[in-house]
Design a protein around this ligand. Structure first.
Ligand SMILES: Cc1cc2nc3c(=O)[nH]c(=O)nc-3n(C[C@H](O)[C@H](O)[C@H](O)COP(=O)(O)OP(=O)(O)OC[C@H]3O[C@@H](n4cnc5c(N)ncnc54)[C@H](O)[C@@H]3O)c2cc1C
Length: 470
């Protein structure tokens, strides 16, 4: 065995393309099967305008955490360079934290359209001689081998027309709405799932900024959290802007008014952050796009003894773990999983059980903490982007710490590492400089009052929007 194993990847979104790049560059022959009819060599604009039924979230607002550019820089520097040359921008998250410090460059987020990121990744994959991408090709199920010990072994996939595609390894990168548990149940494998509702739905709209628009003229605060609505306006590459208003799905009144293009625009004008864009002549692109079903979900591919429940099969991206999109973690985690899978395959050639164990152990270290944090943050109602007016309760120690972190070089960088998936909560809690600063801040809570909430109440907001068509 020369270490090369044939791989079929189901899904050509973020996780699938990242896995194809990592495994293809490691020398494995890879076939990507993608259900959507993606144009092979479209440019960024075509990629933006193309429908994506299989991954509708690509047309929702995306921001990319620092971990994504750090991993791209380490593993695929050519892809990062290409992304930046195509108009993606790196934005510092430490600008308000005093003198620049070493490591600040690893805390820069990336802003670009999600479709541009996917397109740049896909273009890089297309350059790999060992990778074939077959679009317009839906997978309908898995093909298992005859033996069942120590766990069922997957030998390939079955397409919608009944054709089988054989592979040594099947990677499900089939996204948050996929059928992986049903596929595995059909071959006798149970995949326990833990699901936590985020309690949010997105309403997003794209705009074109006026020619020559200078992003530097904007107030850095692009979003916020008024309780009844969380919101974010993110400029993208090529003079684009996307704005998302995230509301509770059961809030039918707000949903109705904000789904109307005029209501959406008026809503944006009334929210501190998005309002600043509407001082300029914006050109809308398309309608207001809703997206619901935004859950946190973790699937388990090991049994209670930590043994793999299936061999020759791995899940990356949302097929493995989904987090509330508001935290912007999904693409970075999918990329992390893709490179961890390639590393597990390199470390355990021809050993399906060894690499499944190694891969799941890597996910437990590098992915599970962010899933757990997402679930906890949803419960606390904290604002992930650090953009909110802060939790209302001034007696809550977290309120004090968050207020101090806005300008404190130690706490601010600690939170920047946490939000950007650079340091886990446990790593932060083990940092003596950080914990000493937390103790010092908590000793003087009155110095760090919570910022005042700015913006309309729900009633004021709703009345104003309902008045438009009255
Ligand atoms: C509203 C919203 C906003 C988000 N915002 C952010 C953000 O700001 N930052 C961030 O990092 N992440 C964000 N995310 C998360 C991010 O979009 C996902 O985590 C990421 O796309 C996961 O990549 P994936 O490869 O697992 O799935 P996807 O990118 O969804 O790709 C799955 C692919 O599989 C294909 N497929 C599915 N079933 C089959 C089949 N049977 N046969 C063949 N192909 C199939 C689909 O067509 C699709 O192309 C957001 C998610 C949502 C829903």
């Amino acid at each position: 065995m020369d270490g090369r194993e044939s791989v079929v990847i189901v899904g050509g979104g973020m996780g699938g393309m990242a896995a194809a790049l990592a495994l293809g560059r490691a020398g494995h022959p890879v076939t990507v099967l993608e259900r959507d009819p993606l144009a092979a060599r479209a440019d960024a604009e075509e990629a933006f305008l193309a429908p994506r039924r299989g991954a509708p979230q690509v047309h929702q607002t995306h921001g990319f955490l620092a971990r994504l550019q750090v991993v791209l820089g380490q593993r695929f520097p050519d892809v990062l360079a290409e992304l930046l040359s195509r108009g993606a921008m790196r934005l510092p998250t430490t600008a308000d934290l005093g003198e620049p410090q070493p490591g600040d460059e690893d805390l820069e987020v990336v802003i670009t359209r999600r479709t541009t990121l996917d397109w740049v990744l896909r273009s890089a994959v297309l350059e790999e001689a060992s990778v074939e991408i077959r679009t317009d090709t839906a997978v309908a199920g898995l093909v298992a081998g005859a033996g069942q010990a120590p766990a069922p072994v997957i030998r390939g996939v079955r397409l919608g027309d009944g054709t089988e595609v054989e592979a040594d390894v099947v990677v499900a990168a089939s996204g948050r709405r996929d059928a992986v548990p049903a596929w595995l149940a059909a071959v006798g494998v149970e995949v326990p799932e833990e699901v936590h509702e985020s309690g949010l739905m997105y309403l997003s709209r794209w705009y074109r900024l006026p020619e020559g628009f200078d992003i530097a003229q904007l107030d850095a605060k692009l979003g916020g959290d008024l309780g009844f609505v969380k919101y974010l306006g993110v400029p993208g590459d090529a003079g684009t802007l996307s704005i998302t208003l995230a509301i509770r799905p059961e809030d039918r009144e707000l949903r109705q008014v904000l789904s109307d293009p005029d209501g959406f625009e008026e809503g944006c004008r009334r929210l501190p952050g998005p309002d600043q864009f509407f001082r300029y002549p914006l050109r809308p692109v398309g309608e207001v796009r809703p997206m619901a079903g935004l859950v946190n979900r973790a699937r388990r591919y090991l049994d209670d003894q930590g043994r793999p429940t299936v061999l020759g099969f791995h899940a990356v991206g949302d097929a493995h773990t989904c987090t509330n999109p508001l935290y912007g973690r999904g693409c970075a985690l999918a990329l992390v999983e893709a490179v961890e899978l390639a590393d597990a395959m390199a470390a355990h050639p021809g050993d399906p059980a060894g690499r499944a164990t190694a891969y799941e152990a890597a996910c437990a270290r590098q992915v599970a903490p962010w899933y757990e944090l997402s679930v906890q943050m949803d419960k606390l109602g904290a604002d992930p982007a650090g953009l909110s007016a802060g939790p209302a309760d001034p007696n809550n120690p977290m309120t004090t710490i968050l207020s101090a972190a806005a300008a404190d070089p130690v706490l601010g960088r600690g939170f920047a590492k946490l939000w950007n998936l650079i340091a886990t909560p446990a790593e932060l809690a083990a940092d003596p400089v950080y914990t000493a600063r937390v103790a010092a801040v908590l000793a003087e809570p009155d110095r760090y009052p919570p910022p005042v909430r700015v913006g309309p109440t729900r009633t004021e907001f709703l009345d104003a929007l309902q008045a438009i068509h009255a």
